[in-house]
Design a protein around this ligand. Structure first.
Ligand code: SF4
Length: 348
C-alpha cells in the first residue's frame, strides 16, 4: 500500500507502519519527523530507518509525494505569490504574508471556485475540482521548505470555498496541526467561508475549539448580499446569524467577519447601520478590506476617506473593526484576487 505522508497524521502513519511493516512506533516517529520536521521528502534517509534492514528500500517504493511544482513566483511589497502546477496540469495560487515575528501562508482549497462572488477574481474561473489533502498540505509544506520555518499561520483564503471541500480541508487541518509533524497550532489556522451554513454547522459539530472561523459577509442585507454573492440566494441573513450564534466559540475567541468595502455599493450609512444591527448578538470583529480592482473590475477601489467614514460609523455603534491594508494590490495577490494570473493564461 502506498503511503501519502502529506495526507497522514502521525497516528495514521504509526497504524499503517504496524500493519504494513510490522514495525513499532519508534520508526514511524523517525520517518514522520524526518519528513515533516526536517522537511525531507526522502524521509527513508532518516538514520533510524537506514539502520533497519530492508526498510529504507521498501519505503523508497511505498512513499508517495506529489505536492505539485512551483512554476511561478512573484515578490512585491513584502508579499510572495507562488503558483503551483499540480500533477494533472492545473494550477493553484498561494501567498506568503510576512508579519513581525512570523509568516502566514494563504492557501487554496479548490482549483477555482463555483461561488461566483462578483468582486472576486477566483469566482470568474468557475470550479475545476477540489484539491486533495496532499495538494492542500503540499502548499504549506512547500512554503516551509522554500520560504522558511517561520511560517506558523495558515489561512484558507486562497482559491475556493473550504466548506465545498469539507472532508479534505478538515483532514488537512488535522495533519498540519499534528504536533509530531508541521505542528501549526489550531489557533493559528483560519477557515474562511462565503457563508455555507451546512459547513458552519458541520464544523461546529466537530468542536475544534481553537480553530478560527471567518465569514466573508460583504453585505448587510439579503437583497444586496444575493446580488454580490450568489450563494446567498439559498440562505438568509437570519439563518446565517443563527448558525453563527450557535457556533461554539471558545472563551476569548471572536468570529471574524470580512467586509470587502465597495464604494457606491455597500458603503452607505444604511449599510453600516444594518451591519451593526446584524452583528449585535454575535461575538465578532469586522475585518474591513478595501475592494481591490483587478483588470476589467466592475467596481473601483474606495478612497481612504470612504474607508474611514464606514469604519467610524461601525465603531460609533460599538463594533470592533480592523482595517487591512491592501498590500499586494499590484501583485494581484490581495483578497479576492487569486486566480487572476491563471485566468489570463487559462485555468491550466
Ligand atoms: S470570494 Fe471566496 S467564495 Fe467567493 S468566489 Fe471568491 S473564492 Fe469563491
Amino acid at each position: 500500500m502506498m503511503l501519502p505522508l502529506l495526507e497522514m497524521t502521525y497516528k495514521e502513519l504509526a497504524d499503517a507502519f504496524t500493519e504494513q511493516y510490522k514495525k513499532g512506533p519508534a520508526l514511524a516517529k523517525a520517518l514522520y519527523g524526518e519528513f515533516f520536521k526536517n522537511l525531507n521528502p526522502k524521509a527513508w534517509q532518516a538514520e533510524e530507518i537506514q539502520a533497519s534492514p530492508g526498510l529504507a528500500d521498501r519505503l523508497r517504493e511505498d512513499l508517495s509525494f506529489s505536492p505539485g511544482k512551483i512554476v511561478d513566483e512573484i515578490h512585491q511589497d513584502g508579499l510572495t505569490k507562488f503558483v503551483t502546477e499540480l500533477a494533472d496540469g492545473v494550477r493553484i495560487e498561494s501567498v506568503i504574508l510576512p508579519l513581525k515575528t512570523h509568516q502566514t501562508v494563504c492557501i487554496s482549497s479548490q482549483v477555482g471556485c463555483r461561488m461566483g462572488c462578483r468582486f472576486c477574481e477566483t469566482g470568474k474561473l468557475g470550479l475545476a475540482r477540489n484539491l486533495t489533502v496532499e495538494e492542500i498540505i503540499g502548499q504549506v509544506y512547500t512554503a516551509r521548505r522554500r520560504y522558511g520555518r517561520s511560517i506558523r499561520n495558515v489561512v484558507f483564503m486562497g482559491m475556493g470555498e473550504p466548506f465545498d471541500n469539507f472532508e479534505n480541508v478538515i483532514q488537512a487541518v488535522r495533519v498540519m496541526s499534528d504536533q509530531r509533524g508541521l505542528n501549526i497550532a489550531q489557533r493559528h489556522i483560519t477557515l474562511s467561508t462565503a457563508g455555507r451554513i451546512d459547513g458552519i454547522e458541520k464544523l461546529a459539530a466537530l468542536n475544534i475549539p481553537n480553530l478560527n472561523l471567518t465569514v466573508s459577509l460583504n453585505a448587510p442585507n439579503d437583497d444586496l448580499r444575493g446580488r454580490l454573492m450568489p450563494i446567498h440566494n439559498t440562505v438568509s441573513m437570519v439563518r446565517l446569524q443563527q448558525a453563527l450564534r450557535a457556533y461554539p466559540l471558545k472563551k476569548g475567541n471572536w468570529l471574524s467577519i470580512v467586509y470587502v468595502l465597495i464604494p457606491d455599493v455597500n458603503n452607505g450609512p444604511e449599510h453600516a447601520r444594518q451591519l451593526a444591527d446584524w452583528l449585535q448578538p454575535l461575538r465578532a470583529k469586522v475585518n474591513l478590506i478595501p475592494f481591490n480592482p483587478g483588470k476589467n473590475a466592475p467596481f473601483r477601489a474606495p478612497h481612504e476617506t470612504e474607508i474611514d467614514s464606514f469604519r467610524r460609523q461601525l465603531i460609533a455603534r460599538q463594533i470592533q473593526v480592523q482595517k487591512r491594508a491592501p498590500r499586494g494590490r499590484d501583485l494581484m495577490a490581495a483578497c479576492g484576487q487569486l486566480g487572476s494570473g491563471i485566468r489570463q493564461q487559462g485555468l491550466n
